[in-house]
Design a protein around this ligand. Structure first.
Ligand SMILES: [Zn+2]
Length: 471
Protein backbone atom coordinates (compact mmCIF):
# COMPACT_ATOMS: atom_id res chain seq x y z
CA UNK A 1 0.00 0.00 0.00
CA UNK A 2 1.34 3.46 -0.87
CA UNK A 3 1.47 5.80 2.11
CA UNK A 4 -0.43 8.94 1.16
CA UNK A 5 -0.26 12.36 2.66
CA UNK A 6 -3.79 13.25 3.69
CA UNK A 7 -4.81 16.33 5.66
CA UNK A 8 -8.08 16.75 7.57
CA UNK A 9 -10.35 19.66 6.63
CA UNK A 10 -12.76 20.34 9.48
CA UNK A 11 -15.63 22.78 9.91
CA UNK A 12 -17.84 23.09 13.00
CA UNK A 13 -21.42 24.18 13.49
CA UNK A 14 -22.07 25.02 17.10
CA UNK A 15 -25.57 25.43 18.52
CA UNK A 16 -25.70 27.44 21.75
CA UNK A 17 -28.95 28.02 23.66
CA UNK A 18 -29.27 31.68 24.60
CA UNK A 19 -29.60 32.63 28.28
CA UNK A 20 -33.04 34.19 27.97
CA UNK A 21 -35.84 33.85 30.52
CA UNK A 22 -38.44 33.05 27.90
CA UNK A 23 -38.56 31.32 24.53
CA UNK A 24 -37.73 32.93 21.17
CA UNK A 25 -41.26 33.60 19.91
CA UNK A 26 -43.57 33.16 22.94
CA UNK A 27 -43.47 33.88 26.66
CA UNK A 28 -43.00 30.27 27.85
CA UNK A 29 -40.19 29.71 30.36
CA UNK A 30 -36.87 28.30 29.15
CA UNK A 31 -36.18 26.64 32.52
CA UNK A 32 -34.23 23.37 32.17
CA UNK A 33 -35.47 20.40 34.18
CA UNK A 34 -39.19 21.33 34.50
CA UNK A 35 -41.72 18.48 34.29
CA UNK A 36 -42.29 17.47 30.67
CA UNK A 37 -44.50 19.70 28.51
CA UNK A 38 -45.34 22.31 31.16
CA UNK A 39 -43.44 25.12 29.42
CA UNK A 40 -45.62 25.13 26.32
CA UNK A 41 -48.32 27.25 24.70
CA UNK A 42 -50.17 27.36 21.35
CA UNK A 43 -47.25 29.26 19.73
CA UNK A 44 -44.45 26.82 20.56
CA UNK A 45 -46.76 23.83 20.02
CA UNK A 46 -47.57 25.08 16.53
CA UNK A 47 -51.34 25.32 16.96
CA UNK A 48 -53.15 26.72 13.92
CA UNK A 49 -53.54 30.49 14.06
CA UNK A 50 -50.99 31.08 16.84
CA UNK A 51 -48.65 33.95 15.96
CA UNK A 52 -45.00 34.25 16.98
CA UNK A 53 -43.50 37.48 18.28
CA UNK A 54 -39.75 37.92 18.57
CA UNK A 55 -38.18 38.14 22.05
CA UNK A 56 -35.94 41.25 22.19
CA UNK A 57 -33.54 39.52 24.60
CA UNK A 58 -32.75 37.05 21.80
CA UNK A 59 -31.64 39.86 19.50
CA UNK A 60 -29.57 41.45 22.24
CA UNK A 61 -27.69 38.22 23.02
CA UNK A 62 -27.12 37.41 19.34
CA UNK A 63 -25.64 40.90 18.84
CA UNK A 64 -23.47 40.38 21.92
CA UNK A 65 -22.19 37.11 20.44
CA UNK A 66 -21.42 38.85 17.15
CA UNK A 67 -19.53 41.64 18.91
CA UNK A 68 -17.62 39.21 21.13
CA UNK A 69 -16.50 37.24 18.09
CA UNK A 70 -15.65 40.23 15.92
CA UNK A 71 -18.45 39.69 13.38
CA UNK A 72 -20.15 42.20 11.17
CA UNK A 73 -23.59 42.87 12.68
CA UNK A 74 -26.26 43.50 10.08
CA UNK A 75 -28.82 46.22 10.58
CA UNK A 76 -31.25 44.16 8.53
CA UNK A 77 -31.78 40.43 8.90
CA UNK A 78 -34.60 38.10 7.95
CA UNK A 79 -36.30 35.04 9.43
CA UNK A 80 -37.06 32.02 7.23
CA UNK A 81 -38.89 28.73 7.58
CA UNK A 82 -36.87 25.55 7.26
CA UNK A 83 -39.44 22.90 6.39
CA UNK A 84 -39.07 19.28 7.38
CA UNK A 85 -41.04 16.65 9.22
CA UNK A 86 -39.85 15.18 12.49
CA UNK A 87 -41.89 14.28 15.59
CA UNK A 88 -40.00 16.74 17.82
CA UNK A 89 -40.98 19.64 15.54
CA UNK A 90 -44.67 20.36 16.13
CA UNK A 91 -44.97 23.14 13.54
CA UNK A 92 -43.47 21.08 10.72
CA UNK A 93 -40.90 23.83 10.20
CA UNK A 94 -38.20 25.57 12.19
CA UNK A 95 -37.90 29.34 12.28
CA UNK A 96 -34.30 30.22 11.42
CA UNK A 97 -32.28 32.75 9.44
CA UNK A 98 -31.13 31.50 6.07
CA UNK A 99 -30.44 34.11 3.39
CA UNK A 100 -29.81 37.11 5.61
CA UNK A 101 -28.38 36.14 9.01
CA UNK A 102 -27.82 38.67 11.77
CA UNK A 103 -24.00 38.28 11.79
CA UNK A 104 -21.36 37.31 9.23
CA UNK A 105 -17.57 37.07 9.40
CA UNK A 106 -15.60 37.23 12.62
CA UNK A 107 -13.36 34.56 14.05
CA UNK A 108 -12.08 32.58 17.01
CA UNK A 109 -8.42 32.90 17.96
CA UNK A 110 -7.01 29.57 19.10
CA UNK A 111 -3.59 28.52 20.34
CA UNK A 112 -1.95 25.30 21.44
CA UNK A 113 1.19 23.22 21.15
CA UNK A 114 0.86 23.52 17.38
CA UNK A 115 0.97 27.32 17.37
CA UNK A 116 -1.63 30.02 16.99
CA UNK A 117 -4.27 30.77 14.39
CA UNK A 118 -7.64 32.37 13.81
CA UNK A 119 -10.51 30.19 12.63
CA UNK A 120 -12.77 32.43 10.60
CA UNK A 121 -16.53 32.32 10.96
CA UNK A 122 -18.96 32.09 8.11
CA UNK A 123 -21.98 33.39 10.03
CA UNK A 124 -24.03 33.45 13.20
CA UNK A 125 -27.77 33.14 12.90
CA UNK A 126 -30.72 32.98 15.26
CA UNK A 127 -33.02 29.96 15.28
CA UNK A 128 -35.31 27.99 17.58
CA UNK A 129 -34.65 24.62 19.15
CA UNK A 130 -36.85 21.55 18.64
CA UNK A 131 -38.45 19.38 21.35
CA UNK A 132 -36.76 16.35 22.81
CA UNK A 133 -37.50 12.69 22.07
CA UNK A 134 -37.14 10.31 24.99
CA UNK A 135 -36.80 6.66 24.01
CA UNK A 136 -38.22 4.14 26.52
CA UNK A 137 -37.89 0.59 25.20
CA UNK A 138 -40.45 0.20 22.42
CA UNK A 139 -42.00 3.60 23.05
CA UNK A 140 -40.85 7.12 22.30
CA UNK A 141 -42.06 10.05 24.39
CA UNK A 142 -41.90 13.72 23.42
CA UNK A 143 -41.09 16.67 25.69
CA UNK A 144 -41.85 20.02 24.04
CA UNK A 145 -40.34 22.18 26.82
CA UNK A 146 -37.32 22.79 24.61
CA UNK A 147 -39.36 23.55 21.47
CA UNK A 148 -38.90 27.23 20.68
CA UNK A 149 -35.94 27.83 23.03
CA UNK A 150 -33.69 30.36 21.26
CA UNK A 151 -30.35 29.27 19.82
CA UNK A 152 -27.56 30.83 17.90
CA UNK A 153 -25.80 28.69 15.36
CA UNK A 154 -22.14 29.61 14.90
CA UNK A 155 -20.74 28.27 11.64
CA UNK A 156 -16.97 28.16 11.14
CA UNK A 157 -15.14 28.06 7.81
CA UNK A 158 -13.45 24.70 7.15
CA UNK A 159 -10.13 25.93 8.52
CA UNK A 160 -9.59 23.51 11.38
CA UNK A 161 -7.00 20.84 10.65
CA UNK A 162 -6.81 18.52 13.66
CA UNK A 163 -8.94 17.16 16.53
CA UNK A 164 -6.81 19.21 18.96
CA UNK A 165 -7.58 22.42 17.10
CA UNK A 166 -11.28 21.53 17.03
CA UNK A 167 -11.32 20.97 20.80
CA UNK A 168 -9.46 24.21 21.44
CA UNK A 169 -11.91 26.05 19.19
CA UNK A 170 -14.86 24.65 21.17
CA UNK A 171 -13.20 25.46 24.54
CA UNK A 172 -12.53 28.97 23.40
CA UNK A 173 -16.01 29.50 22.09
CA UNK A 174 -17.49 28.14 25.31
CA UNK A 175 -15.34 30.47 27.43
CA UNK A 176 -16.34 33.47 25.35
CA UNK A 177 -20.07 32.69 25.32
CA UNK A 178 -20.22 32.07 29.09
CA UNK A 179 -18.04 35.07 29.93
CA UNK A 180 -20.36 37.45 28.11
CA UNK A 181 -23.51 35.82 29.54
CA UNK A 182 -24.70 34.72 26.09
CA UNK A 183 -25.16 31.02 26.88
CA UNK A 184 -24.35 28.83 29.87
CA UNK A 185 -22.90 26.27 27.41
CA UNK A 186 -23.71 23.31 29.64
CA UNK A 187 -22.97 20.55 27.16
CA UNK A 188 -24.33 17.86 29.52
CA UNK A 189 -27.71 19.65 29.52
CA UNK A 190 -27.59 20.13 25.76
CA UNK A 191 -27.33 23.91 25.88
CA UNK A 192 -24.26 23.68 23.62
CA UNK A 193 -24.00 21.02 20.92
CA UNK A 194 -22.00 20.72 17.75
CA UNK A 195 -22.10 19.18 14.30
CA UNK A 196 -18.74 18.34 12.79
CA UNK A 197 -17.94 18.32 9.06
CA UNK A 198 -14.82 16.48 8.04
CA UNK A 199 -13.11 15.46 4.84
CA UNK A 200 -9.51 14.61 3.91
CA UNK A 201 -7.50 16.29 1.22
CA UNK A 202 -4.15 15.45 -0.29
CA UNK A 203 -1.42 17.85 0.74
CA UNK A 204 -1.19 20.60 -1.86
CA UNK A 205 -4.55 19.79 -3.48
CA UNK A 206 -7.05 22.62 -3.27
CA UNK A 207 -10.16 20.48 -3.38
CA UNK A 208 -11.10 18.19 -0.54
CA UNK A 209 -12.85 14.85 -0.97
CA UNK A 210 -16.49 14.26 -0.05
CA UNK A 211 -17.26 15.22 3.51
CA UNK A 212 -19.06 13.45 6.29
CA UNK A 213 -21.11 15.16 8.92
CA UNK A 214 -21.24 13.90 12.49
CA UNK A 215 -24.37 15.23 14.16
CA UNK A 216 -25.20 16.41 17.66
CA UNK A 217 -22.03 15.84 19.64
CA UNK A 218 -22.55 16.86 23.26
CA UNK A 219 -19.10 17.10 24.78
CA UNK A 220 -15.81 18.64 23.72
CA UNK A 221 -13.85 15.47 24.33
CA UNK A 222 -16.40 13.45 22.29
CA UNK A 223 -15.85 15.90 19.43
CA UNK A 224 -12.11 15.15 19.62
CA UNK A 225 -12.68 11.39 19.75
CA UNK A 226 -15.21 11.40 16.92
CA UNK A 227 -12.77 13.33 14.73
CA UNK A 228 -9.85 11.03 15.52
CA UNK A 229 -11.94 8.01 14.61
CA UNK A 230 -13.32 9.60 11.47
CA UNK A 231 -9.89 10.74 10.21
CA UNK A 232 -8.63 7.16 10.52
CA UNK A 233 -11.74 5.71 8.87
CA UNK A 234 -11.57 8.05 5.89
CA UNK A 235 -7.81 7.59 5.57
CA UNK A 236 -8.20 3.83 5.32
CA UNK A 237 -10.92 4.13 2.68
CA UNK A 238 -8.85 6.54 0.58
CA UNK A 239 -5.60 4.61 0.93
CA UNK A 240 -7.27 1.47 -0.30
CA UNK A 241 -8.32 3.33 -3.43
CA UNK A 242 -12.04 3.62 -2.59
CA UNK A 243 -14.15 6.77 -2.46
CA UNK A 244 -15.54 8.33 0.75
CA UNK A 245 -19.28 8.66 0.31
CA UNK A 246 -21.02 11.76 1.49
CA UNK A 247 -23.03 10.81 4.56
CA UNK A 248 -24.38 11.80 7.93
CA UNK A 249 -22.97 9.86 10.87
CA UNK A 250 -23.42 9.80 14.61
CA UNK A 251 -20.90 9.33 17.43
CA UNK A 252 -21.43 6.33 19.71
CA UNK A 253 -20.18 7.32 23.17
CA UNK A 254 -19.90 3.70 24.32
CA UNK A 255 -17.71 2.42 21.47
CA UNK A 256 -15.89 5.68 20.66
CA UNK A 257 -16.76 5.11 16.98
CA UNK A 258 -18.86 6.99 14.46
CA UNK A 259 -21.76 5.13 12.87
CA UNK A 260 -23.59 5.49 9.58
CA UNK A 261 -26.99 7.24 9.73
CA UNK A 262 -27.81 8.06 6.11
CA UNK A 263 -26.15 8.78 2.78
CA UNK A 264 -26.49 12.30 1.54
CA UNK A 265 -25.89 12.39 -2.20
CA UNK A 266 -27.44 15.84 -2.61
CA UNK A 267 -28.14 18.83 -0.37
CA UNK A 268 -31.31 18.36 1.66
CA UNK A 269 -34.14 20.43 0.25
CA UNK A 270 -35.74 22.30 3.10
CA UNK A 271 -37.85 24.52 0.84
CA UNK A 272 -36.76 27.63 2.71
CA UNK A 273 -39.03 30.63 2.40
CA UNK A 274 -39.48 33.84 4.36
CA UNK A 275 -41.36 33.49 7.65
CA UNK A 276 -44.44 35.55 6.86
CA UNK A 277 -45.41 36.20 10.49
CA UNK A 278 -42.21 37.92 11.60
CA UNK A 279 -41.25 41.26 10.08
CA UNK A 280 -37.74 41.99 8.81
CA UNK A 281 -35.49 42.52 11.84
CA UNK A 282 -34.11 46.04 11.73
CA UNK A 283 -31.64 47.25 14.34
CA UNK A 284 -29.84 50.58 14.43
CA UNK A 285 -26.14 51.39 14.80
CA UNK A 286 -27.02 53.15 18.07
CA UNK A 287 -28.58 49.99 19.40
CA UNK A 288 -25.50 47.95 18.46
CA UNK A 289 -23.23 50.58 20.04
CA UNK A 290 -25.24 50.58 23.25
CA UNK A 291 -24.82 46.80 23.52
CA UNK A 292 -21.10 47.13 22.84
CA UNK A 293 -20.84 49.74 25.61
CA UNK A 294 -22.56 47.41 28.09
CA UNK A 295 -20.10 44.57 27.51
CA UNK A 296 -17.09 44.00 29.79
CA UNK A 297 -13.51 44.15 28.51
CA UNK A 298 -12.41 41.10 26.51
CA UNK A 299 -11.36 38.36 28.92
CA UNK A 300 -7.76 37.98 27.75
CA UNK A 301 -6.93 41.57 28.53
CA UNK A 302 -8.57 41.15 31.93
CA UNK A 303 -6.66 37.95 32.62
CA UNK A 304 -3.38 39.74 31.91
CA UNK A 305 -4.47 42.49 34.29
CA UNK A 306 -5.21 39.99 37.07
CA UNK A 307 -1.80 38.40 36.58
CA UNK A 308 -0.04 41.76 36.48
CA UNK A 309 -1.85 43.63 39.23
CA UNK A 310 -2.78 40.89 41.67
CA UNK A 311 0.10 38.48 41.14
CA UNK A 312 -2.17 35.55 40.24
CA UNK A 313 -1.06 32.67 38.08
CA UNK A 314 -2.65 32.59 34.64
CA UNK A 315 -4.56 29.47 35.61
CA UNK A 316 -6.09 31.13 38.70
CA UNK A 317 -6.93 34.23 36.71
CA UNK A 318 -8.65 32.08 34.08
CA UNK A 319 -10.72 30.28 36.73
CA UNK A 320 -11.82 33.58 38.29
CA UNK A 321 -12.65 35.00 34.88
CA UNK A 322 -14.55 32.12 33.35
CA UNK A 323 -16.54 30.76 36.29
CA UNK A 324 -20.02 32.29 36.02
CA UNK A 325 -20.55 35.26 38.36
CA UNK A 326 -17.14 34.98 39.99
CA UNK A 327 -15.21 37.85 38.41
CA UNK A 328 -17.46 40.72 39.57
CA UNK A 329 -17.61 39.08 43.01
CA UNK A 330 -13.81 38.90 43.16
CA UNK A 331 -13.56 42.59 42.26
CA UNK A 332 -15.95 43.49 45.09
CA UNK A 333 -13.89 41.49 47.60
CA UNK A 334 -10.62 42.92 46.22
CA UNK A 335 -11.86 46.47 46.92
CA UNK A 336 -12.30 45.69 50.62
CA UNK A 337 -9.11 43.81 51.44
CA UNK A 338 -5.46 44.30 50.61
CA UNK A 339 -4.88 40.53 50.74
CA UNK A 340 -6.28 39.90 47.28
CA UNK A 341 -4.28 36.83 46.54
CA UNK A 342 -5.86 35.17 49.60
CA UNK A 343 -9.25 36.22 48.27
CA UNK A 344 -8.46 34.59 44.93
CA UNK A 345 -7.31 31.38 46.62
CA UNK A 346 -10.37 31.15 48.90
CA UNK A 347 -12.65 31.76 45.95
CA UNK A 348 -10.95 29.07 43.87
CA UNK A 349 -10.69 26.54 46.70
CA UNK A 350 -13.92 27.09 48.62
CA UNK A 351 -16.45 28.93 46.45
CA UNK A 352 -16.09 27.90 42.79
CA UNK A 353 -16.42 24.15 43.55
CA UNK A 354 -19.84 24.81 45.14
CA UNK A 355 -21.16 25.95 41.74
CA UNK A 356 -23.57 28.46 43.33
CA UNK A 357 -23.92 32.21 43.20
CA UNK A 358 -20.88 33.35 45.24
CA UNK A 359 -22.90 35.81 47.34
CA UNK A 360 -25.17 32.97 48.40
CA UNK A 361 -22.13 31.10 49.76
CA UNK A 362 -20.57 34.04 51.62
CA UNK A 363 -20.95 37.79 51.20
CA UNK A 364 -18.09 39.79 49.70
CA UNK A 365 -17.77 41.80 52.96
CA UNK A 366 -17.41 38.68 55.07
CA UNK A 367 -14.89 37.06 52.75
CA UNK A 368 -12.82 40.28 52.73
CA UNK A 369 -12.81 40.29 56.54
CA UNK A 370 -11.59 36.69 56.66
CA UNK A 371 -8.83 37.55 54.15
CA UNK A 372 -7.74 40.42 56.39
CA UNK A 373 -7.69 38.26 59.51
CA UNK A 374 -5.70 35.58 57.71
CA UNK A 375 -3.37 38.02 55.99
CA UNK A 376 -2.63 39.79 59.29
CA UNK A 377 -1.76 36.49 60.95
CA UNK A 378 -4.70 36.56 63.39
CA UNK A 379 -5.92 33.18 62.14
CA UNK A 380 -4.13 30.31 60.40
CA UNK A 381 -5.27 28.84 57.09
CA UNK A 382 -7.13 25.87 58.56
CA UNK A 383 -9.02 28.22 60.92
CA UNK A 384 -9.85 30.48 57.97
CA UNK A 385 -11.52 27.54 56.24
CA UNK A 386 -13.41 26.56 59.40
CA UNK A 387 -14.49 30.18 59.83
CA UNK A 388 -15.70 30.33 56.23
CA UNK A 389 -17.96 27.35 56.69
CA UNK A 390 -19.32 28.69 60.02
CA UNK A 391 -20.05 32.10 58.49
CA UNK A 392 -21.71 30.40 55.51
CA UNK A 393 -24.11 28.73 57.93
CA UNK A 394 -24.79 31.52 60.39
CA UNK A 395 -24.29 34.60 58.21
CA UNK A 396 -22.75 36.35 61.25
CA UNK A 397 -19.69 38.62 60.97
CA UNK A 398 -16.47 36.54 60.88
CA UNK A 399 -14.76 38.35 63.78
CA UNK A 400 -17.73 37.67 66.03
CA UNK A 401 -17.74 33.96 65.09
CA UNK A 402 -13.96 33.72 65.49
CA UNK A 403 -14.29 34.96 69.08
CA UNK A 404 -17.24 32.70 69.82
CA UNK A 405 -15.53 29.60 68.40
CA UNK A 406 -12.03 30.34 69.67
CA UNK A 407 -10.52 30.45 66.19
CA UNK A 408 -7.85 33.08 66.68
CA UNK A 409 -4.36 31.75 66.30
CA UNK A 410 -3.34 30.09 69.55
CA UNK A 411 0.21 31.21 70.28
CA UNK A 412 -0.03 30.84 74.02
CA UNK A 413 2.65 28.27 74.91
CA UNK A 414 0.94 26.96 78.00
CA UNK A 415 -2.41 26.56 76.33
CA UNK A 416 -0.94 24.80 73.32
CA UNK A 417 1.15 22.53 75.52
CA UNK A 418 -2.10 21.27 77.04
CA UNK A 419 -3.42 20.28 73.59
CA UNK A 420 -0.06 18.75 72.67
CA UNK A 421 -0.07 16.60 75.81
CA UNK A 422 -3.56 15.40 75.03
CA UNK A 423 -2.57 14.51 71.46
CA UNK A 424 0.41 12.53 72.70
CA UNK A 425 -1.70 10.68 75.31
CA UNK A 426 -4.38 9.80 72.78
CA UNK A 427 -2.08 8.61 69.98
CA UNK A 428 0.46 6.18 71.44
CA UNK A 429 0.96 4.51 68.06
CA UNK A 430 2.02 7.75 66.34
CA UNK A 431 4.38 8.46 69.24
CA UNK A 432 6.07 5.08 68.98
CA UNK A 433 6.20 5.38 65.17
CA UNK A 434 7.94 8.72 65.52
CA UNK A 435 10.40 7.33 68.02
CA UNK A 436 11.06 4.41 65.65
CA UNK A 437 12.21 6.91 63.05
CA UNK A 438 9.01 7.62 61.05
CA UNK A 439 9.37 11.38 60.86
CA UNK A 440 5.96 11.76 59.23
CA UNK A 441 4.15 10.48 62.33
CA UNK A 442 4.50 13.96 63.81
CA UNK A 443 1.97 15.15 61.21
CA UNK A 444 -0.67 12.82 62.66
CA UNK A 445 -0.11 14.27 66.12
CA UNK A 446 -0.22 17.78 64.71
CA UNK A 447 -3.46 16.93 62.91
CA UNK A 448 -4.97 15.90 66.19
CA UNK A 449 -3.96 19.21 67.83
CA UNK A 450 -5.41 21.12 64.86
CA UNK A 451 -8.68 19.23 65.10
CA UNK A 452 -8.93 19.79 68.83
CA UNK A 453 -8.43 23.53 68.32
CA UNK A 454 -10.75 23.70 65.28
CA UNK A 455 -7.71 24.65 63.22
CA UNK A 456 -6.75 27.62 65.40
CA UNK A 457 -3.41 26.42 66.75
CA UNK A 458 -0.27 28.01 65.42
CA UNK A 459 1.00 24.99 63.50
CA UNK A 460 4.73 25.81 63.80
CA UNK A 461 4.60 26.28 67.55
CA UNK A 462 2.39 23.22 68.04
CA UNK A 463 4.82 21.05 66.09
CA UNK A 464 7.74 22.38 68.12
CA UNK A 465 5.97 21.54 71.40
CA UNK A 466 5.07 18.05 70.19
CA UNK A 467 8.71 17.34 69.35
CA UNK A 468 9.80 18.58 72.75
CA UNK A 469 7.31 16.28 74.45
CA UNK A 470 8.27 13.14 72.56
CA UNK A 471 11.98 13.66 72.35
ZN1 LIG B 1 -44.74 28.79 24.17
Amino acid sequence: MIKTDLQPVIGLEVHAELLTDTKAFCSCSTNFGSSPNVNTCPVCLGMPGALPSLNSQVVELAVRAGLALGCEIHERSVFDRKNYFYPDLPKGYQITQYREPICTGGGVRISGGWGEKTVELERIHIEEDAGKLIHRGEKTLIDFNRAGVPLIEIVSRPQISSPEEAMEYLEDLRRTLTYYGISDCKMNEGSMRCDVNISLRRRGADRAGERCEIKNINSISFAGKALEYEIERQRMILESGEIVRRETRRFNEDTGKTEHMRYKETEDDYRYFREPNIPVLKISRDYIDSIRASMPEPPYEEICRLVREYGMTERSAGMIMFSPGIYPYFLRVAKMTSFRIHAANFIIGEIIPKDKKPESVISAEHLAEICDMYGNGEIVSSAAKTLMSIVQETGNPPREEAVKNGLFRIRDREMLMKYAEEAVAENPKSVSDYRAGKANAIKQLLGSVMRATKGAADPDLAEKLLRELIE
